[in-house]
Every structure is written in structure tokens, then in C-alpha cells.
Design a protein around this ligand. Structure first.
Ligand SMILES: *Cc1c(COP(=O)(O)O)cnc(C)c1O
Length: 224
């Protein structure tokens, strides 16, 4: 069951700030996605390849599917025919594979670079040094990468009640985003997306400049 009131409130709150709401439907049935779609929601996020493939087959074709989980290179081919944006690019090898599969499908796939800012070691993503390395490969090869568009940066804060820590982590993401914008993507208006914030911390994320928020449990209820 979906929370229609929460969806309306979030949609209002985000519209005035030009923030995109990605409804994270992982583990929830396709019927729930359809219900939110019927209210007008079009951006949905999933983090398991098979689950995303199954849902995509059952649901309206104008949904923009965001893949928000860790993605293995050998699975890109399954989602390349339809995925709109891949949030968690954490290696240049993965970027190359996305470009290759997008080309096979005669499409362009949007990507975000995932930055690791949380204290937990289990969270994926690149640190600042790895992002710089990634960008040097990208700079050298971007003329051949015609089937991907880098839209920006994505990250997750630590799972903690310590708001100051969450703020510090989001500030690091936000500063890195601005830095990349002003160095590698100067004059490139596509590099405009900072994906940060979830049900528990989206207000802090918005205050620090988030342009895309990924909300699951507030809309669909807690996951089992
Ligand atoms: C599950 C998930 C979310 C949504 O989390 P909620 O706390 O349910 O809002 C957002 N981003 C990523 C990467 C996720 O895996």
C-alpha cells in the first residue's frame, strides 16, 4: 500500500525547489508502482537487476527507471535496453561497459558517479582520489563515449542519528559536485544532478544542495 498523502507533500515540497523525486520501489510489488504512477509519479528507483527487469516488463513504458544499487559489469546488458539513469557508477570499467551496451541498443544512458562519504565500509563508491583518477580516464576517452551522459554525483550518508555527521558527509558530496562542475564540466549544462537524500535524511540533503532525492519507505512503507 502506498502513502498518497506523503507523495503529495513531497511532490509539493520538491517542485518549488526543482528537486526530482525518485520513488524507490525495491522489494515492493508492481501494483504499488502502478498506484504511484497513476498519481503522476514517473521516476522510480530499483537496486536489484532481476527485480527491475521483471517490473519494467509489467509497467508503463514511459517510466524513467533509475538503477540505484551496486551494479556488476556483467549485468549491465540486462537493463541497458530501457534504464534511464544508473546512479552508482564506481569504476571506469563499469562506465565503458554501460557505453558499450547502450551503443548496442542505440541509446544513451545517463549515469551518476557514486562517491563514498559514509563511515560504513560496506557502502560502495569512489573516494576523492579515485574520482580524480576516473576523471583522467574519462577526459582521455570521452570522444569515444557517445552513448553515456554523465549527469552528476550520487552518494549516501552514514546511517546514524548524528545529524552533524550527516551534514558533514553531504557537504563533502556537494562540494565535490561543485568542484567537478567547475573543472571538468565547465559549460556542460548536463552535469547538473546531485543525487543525495533518502527518507531519513532528505531535508538535510536538500539544505545542502541536493537536486534529486531517493525516497522509499516514506512512500511505500517499511521493507520487511
Ligand atoms: C533503499 C535505498 C533508498 C531509499 O531508502 P529509504 O530509507 O527507504 O527512503 C535510497 N537510496 C538507495 C541507494 C537505496 O538503496
Amino acid at each position: 500500500m502506498i502513502n498518497e498523502t506523503a507523495w503529495k507533500q513531497l511532490t509539493e515540497e520538491f517542485k518549488s525547489r526543482n528537486v526530482t523525486l525518485v520513488a524507490v520501489s525495491k522489494t515492493k510489488p508492481a501494483e504499488d508502482v502502478q498506484e504511484l504512477y497513476d498519481l503522476g509519479q514517473r521516476d522510480f528507483g530499483e537496486n536489484y537487476v532481476q527485480e527491475l527487469v521483471d517490473k519494467e516488463a509489467q509497467l508503463p513504458k514511459d517510466i524513467r527507471w533509475h538503477y540505484i544499487g551496486h551494479l556488476q559489469s556483467n549485468k549491465v546488458k540486462f537493463i541497458a535496453p530501457f534504464v534511464y539513469m544508473i546512479h552508482a557508477v564506481d569504476s571506469f570499467k563499469l562506465l565503458l561497459e554501460i557505453n558499450k551496451q547502450a551503443e548496442k541498443n542505440s541509446r544513451t544512458i545517463g549515469v551518476l558517479l557514486q562517491m563514498h562519504v559514509a563511515s560504513e565500509e560496506t557502502k560502495f563508491g569512489m573516494n576523492e582520489k579515485e574520482i580524480v583518477e576516473f576523471m583522467s580516464y574519462y577526459e582521455a576517452q570521452k570522444a569515444t563515449l557517445n552513448n553515456i551522459t554523465i549527469y552528476g554525483l550520487m552518494g549516501m550518508a552514514s546511517f546514524t542519528d548524528d545529524e552533524a555527521q550527516v551534514r558533514t558527509e553531504f557537504a563533502l558530496l556537494s562540494n565535490t559536485f561543485k568542484h567537478l562542475q567547475q573543472t571538468y564540466f565547465l559549460g556542460n549544462s548536463s552535469f547538473n544532478t546531485l543525487s543525495m537524500g533518502m527518507s531519513g535524511d532528505y531535508k538535510i540533503a536538500m539544505a545542502l544542495g541536493s537536486t534529486m532525492v531517493r525516497i522509499g519507505s516514506m512512500l511505500f512503507g517499511t521493507r520487511g
